[in-house]
Design a protein around this ligand. Structure first.
Ligand SMILES: Nc1ncnc2c1ncn2[C@@H]1O[C@H](COP(=O)(O)OP(=O)(O)O)[C@@H](O)[C@H]1O
Ligand SMILES: [Mg+2]
Length: 393
C-alpha cells in the first residue's frame, strides 16, 4: 500500500496505544500528528499534510461529530474516519450525514480498516509520490549513528541517482556537516521559524549540496537555536522533504522524547544502531519495550550492530538477536582507522576508504533498503524465536 498519512484525534488517553498500534500495523501508514483537543484538529491539518483524519468520538460522540463535520468541509482533500464504541444506528447515520467517510466500531476490525485505508491509497494514487524516510537512531551516544546515517545517504545516492537528503536532528551536537565537511549558511533553525507549511524555496536555500550529490540539512549553527525547534517543526520539515526526495535519511534525535516519537511515527523505517556491550543492549531493550507500550510497530525497526568483530568482550550479534528477539538487519565491522580517517578529512567512506569492509557493509544495507527483495537481502538472517533474556539480564 502506498503511504497514507494519518492525523489522529483522540481525547481518550487509555485508548491511545491501541489506536496507534492498530493504525501502525498497516504498512505505509504514517501518523503525522496526534491531537487531543478538538479545537486543534483544524490547525493541525493546515500544518501537517494528511490523507486521513482518524477521530475517536468517545467519550462524547455528539459533541465531536459537528466539529468533525466542519473539519471535513473545510479540508475537502482529507477523508475522515470516525471510531467509537457505539453501534447506535442513529449515530452512524448522523456521522455519514456529517461527511464521515468510514465509521469504525471498537474494537476496530483489521479487515475493515485495512480495506478503508487501501481505498484511500487508491484514491490518492495520483498524488505526488512520497520519498522513503529512514531514521537512524543510536541505542546510546557514540555508537556510530551519525557515521551510518551519513554514509547510508551517500551510498543510496550512488546506487539510485535519485534525490537524497540527509538531515541532522541532533540539534545541539550534530556532526553531519562535519562528517561531510560542508559549511551551511542556513540550517534547520531557519526552517523552524513559523508554524505554517514550508515553502520549497526556503527548503532549497537551507540545503547544502555535497559533492556526492547528497543534500545536507544541518543542525542550527548557534547552540541556543535548538530551543526553538519543536516536534511539529521536525515533522513539517521532514514531510516537505519527502515530497521532493526519493530518500530522506535522518540522523535521529539523540534523546528518546516526544520529538523522537513523532519522527519515528512518520518514518518508513528506523535503524537502531547499537554496539555489542551490555549497557547499550539493555538500553535498546528498554527502548523497544517502551515503544511497544505506546503502540509502535516494531516491524519498522531495524537493528544494526556497529563495530562488530572488534574487542567485543564476549557478546555476539547472535546474543543481541536472542536477547532482543529481533532480526539484526546489518552488521558493520569495527574499523577505527577507516572510520576516523573519513571523519577527520570530512569525506564519506566511499571516497576515503572505498574498499574497506565498513564501507561495503553500509553499501550492502543501502542495497537492501533500496531493493528489499534483491539478492543482498538474503544476507539478513531469520528471526530466532524465544530469545533467552537471561544471557544478558
Ligand atoms: N564501525 C566503526 N569502527 C570504528 N569506529 C567507529 C565505527 N563507527 C563509529 N566509530 C567511531 O565511533 C565514534 C562515534 O561515532 P558517531 O557516528 O559520531 O556516533 P553517534 O552519532 O552514535 O554518537 C566516532 O569516533 C567514530 O569514529
Ligand atoms: Mg551522532
Amino acid at each position: 500500500m502506498a503511504a497514507v498519512r494519518v492525523l489522529v484525534f483522540n481525547a481518550e488517553e487509555e485508548y491511545t496505544a491501541t489506536l496507534r498500534s492498530t493504525l501502525l500495523s498497516f504498512e505505509g501508514v504514517k501518523i503525522v500528528a496526534e491531537v487531543d483537543e478538538p479545537a486543534l484538529m483544524a490547525q493541525a491539518l493546515t500544518q501537517f499534510p494528511a490523507e486521513v483524519l482518524v477521530a475517536n468520538l468517545d467519550p462524547m460522540p455528539e459533541a465531536i461529530l459537528p466539529m468533525l463535520e466542519e473539519v471535513a468541509q473545510t479540508n475537502r482533500g482529507v477523508e475522515v474516519f470516525a471510531v467509537s464504541n457505539s453501534t447506535d444506528g442513529q449515530l452512524i447515520l448522523a456521522a455519514m450525514r456529517h461527511g464521515i467517510r468510514e465509521f469504525l466500531t471498537k474494537p476496530i476490525d483489521d479487515e475493515v480498516l485495512g480495506s478503508a485505508l487501501g481505498k484511500v491509497a487508491v484514491r490518492h494514487s495520483d498524488d505526488a509520490k512520497q520519498g522513503t524516510l529512514i531514521t537512524v537512531i543510536g541505542g546510546a551516544g557514540g555508537v556510530g549513528a551519525t557515521t551510518i546515517a551519513v554514509n547510508l545517504a551517500v551510498e543510496l545516492k550512488a546506487l539510485t541517482q535519485g534525490n537524497v537528503t540527509v538531515v541532522d536532528l541532533d540539534h545541539r551536537f550534530g556532526q553531519v556537516a562535519t562528517h561531510l565537511d560542508v559549511d551551511p549558511t542556513y540550517t534547520m533553525a531557519d526552517l523552524c521559524e513559523s508554524t505554517t507549511q514550508l515553502e520549497q524555496q526556503m527548503i532549497d536555500r537551507a540545503l547544502v549540496k555535497h559533492h556526492s550529490g547528497v543534500n545536507v540539512l544541518s543542525r542550527p549553527n548557534q547552540f541556543m537555536q535548538a530551543d526553538n525547534i519543536t516536534a511539529a517543526h521536525c515533522v513539517g520539515v521532514l514531510s516537505a522533504l519527502m515530497a521532493s526526495n526519493d530518500y530522506v535519511v535522518v540522523d535521529g534525535p539523540t534523546r528518546f522524547d516526544f520529538g523522537t516519537k513523532a519522527v519515528l511515527d512518520i518514518s518508513d523505517f528506523n535503524m537502531l544502531v547499537l554496539q555489542l556491550v551490555v549497557p547499550t543492549v539493555r538500553s535498546v531493550h528498554r527502548m523497544l519495550e517502551g515503544m511497544t507500550e505506546v503502540g509502535f510497530n516494531l516491524d519498522r525497526m531495524k537493528l544494526v550492530c556497529n563495530r562488530v568483530g572488534g574487542e567485543s568482550g564476549g557478546i555476539t550479534t547472535e546474543d543481541v538477536r536472542d536477547t532482543l528477539n529481533m532480526d539484526v538487519f546489518g552488521e558493520v565491522p569495527d574499523d577505527w582507522n577507516s572510520v576516523n580517517a573519513a571523519i577527520n578529512i570530512g569525506e564519506p567512506l566511499s571516497v576515503s576508504s572505498a574498499k574497506s569492509k565498513v564501507r561495503q557493509s553500509i553499501r550492502g544495507m543501502a542495497l537492501r533498503v533500496h531493493d528489499p527483495t534483491g539478492k543482498g537481502y538474503e544476507e539478513v538472517k531469520e528471526t530466532k524465536k524465544g530469545g533467552i533474556l537471561s544471557k544478558i539480564f
